[in-house]
Design a protein around this ligand. Structure first.
Ligand code: FMN
Length: 379
């Protein structure tokens, strides 16, 4: 089966199999952005089941772009925490990749102070209760690119094998690409090609900080389901440009890779999401054709079995990332490997104490998971 075969990246790094642990925020870091012991244990236990790579929860690159109580990669004070995280993620010898992000207009006012909310344009997100950010100055945009570069350099010093730019799920990099969020009329906005400038500049900055031998990945939401959002055709053009910038992979962020459903900005996890736009082909197939072997394609969303993973590879992915299945069952991959899929835990237990203890899930993360009904299955 292809899923158990190794994968070589452009940078020369090798993944022992095609399974990556998806980035999973635990919302449990210390206030200063250093990793807490229980979130290291969450990652260590899951990585130990043999993933070819583990991708970290998203680390903020500037404190004003923080969207939850997660890890930071914003200054030298984060270095030793990042080093411990990389070690935990390598529990079974797989690659350790640090995901980096900025929240832009969906940074959390309670964490950063409402007056600090800044984004490509002064347009509020569709999330209930969202505050209107102020538009970033062009100096702030340049500084944010420099912060992504610095975060990648911290990742290299901390011993990570690579970095994934979080360009998906409505955070700042996504916002710069979105005609809904980006109404700028300078080099960072306006036309489609100018809306690509920020994601491309971040990709270039990250590659220059990493050098040629570490992995650089980019996570993208393949289209926006909101009215007036960017389309799959727009995202294909972005992927084509990204593939020119020495990337190792593009990760396609979907809730379920089979029905091409990206998470909407309002994040309603139960019931169907209203779709303003439906692509005619799978974004995975479309992006695989566009990049045409220049970098790998990672699929994610709804992978619960080995056949699900093989299915994603059949339609064009080179590797898959697995999220909720490993939240619910920390030993998910070893059970898949030993063909004991029947013993995989199908949902979180009823008892919250049991969830935290038996499954090594930090208590704050348990709260966060349970606050979004329909997101994670319950027994
Ligand atoms: C608790 C939780 C935290 C997440 N945190 C992140 C994150 O930090 N960065 C990111 O790109 N995606 C994040 N995601 C999305 C997952 O990486 C994944 O794309 C999504 O859950 C769909 O895949 P799945 O069906 O295998 O869970 C998170 C998902 C969950 C359930």
């Amino acid at each position: 089966m292809v899923v158990w075969s190794p994968l070589g990246f452009n940078s020369g790094q090798q993944m022992a199999n095609r399974f990556a642990m998806a980035p999973l925020t635990t919302d449990s870091s210390h206030e200063d952005g250093t990793a807490a012991e229980n979130e290291l244990e969450f990652v260590r236990r899951r990585a130990a089941s043999g993933f070819g790579a583990a991708i970290s929860s998203a680390a903020y690159v500037e404190k004003d772009g923080r969207s939850w109580q997660g890890i930071g990669a914003a200054h030298d004070g984060h270095l030793s925490s990042l080093h411990r995280l990389a070690q935990a993620m390598r529990a079974a010898g797989g690659l350790a990749i640090l995901q980096i992000y900025d929240g832009g207009r969906i940074a959390k006012p309670e964490l950063i102070g409402e007056q600090c909310l800044r984004a490509p344009s002064a347009v509020a997100s569709l999330r209930p209760g969202a505050k209107t950010p102020r538009a970033m100055t062009s100096d702030e945009v340049e500084n944010l690119i420099a912060s992504f570069r610095q975060a990648a350099s911290l990742a290299r010093k901390a011993g990570f094998d690579g970095v994934e730019i979080h360009g998906a799920n409505h955070y700042a990099v996504h916002q710069f690409f979105s005609p809904r969020a980006n109404h700028r009329d300078d080099k960072w906005g306006g036309t489609l090609s100018r809306r690509m400038n920020f994601p491309l500049a971040v990709a270039e900055a990250v590659r220059s900080a990493l050098g040629p031998k570490l992995i650089a990945g980019f996570r993208v939401t393949p289209f926006e389901s909101e009215p007036d959002g960017y389309t799959l055709e727009d995202a294909k053009l972005l992927c084509n440009e990204l593939a020119r910038s020495n990337l190792d992979y593009i990760s396609v962020s979907l809730d379920d890779y089979r029905n091409s459903r990206p998470a909407g900005e309002t994040r309603v996890y139960h019931g169907p999401v209203e779709k303003a736009y439906t692509p005619v082909e799978s974004p995975i197939t479309a992006f695989a054709r566009v990049v045409s072997g220049r970098c790998a394609i990672m699929a994610s969303g709804g992978i619960k079995t080995c056949m699900d993973a093989e299915g994603a590879i059949k339609i064009g992915a080179d590797l898959v990332a697995v999220g909720r299945a490993v939240v619910v069952d920390p030993e998910w991959l070893s059970k898949v490997r030993s063909r004991s899929e029947a013993s995989i835990l199908a949902g979180l237990p009823k008892d919250e104490f049991e969830i935290a203890n038996a499954l090594s899930i930090p208590p704050r993360m348990v709260e966060y998971l349970l606050s979004r009904p329909g997101w994670i299955p319950r027994l």
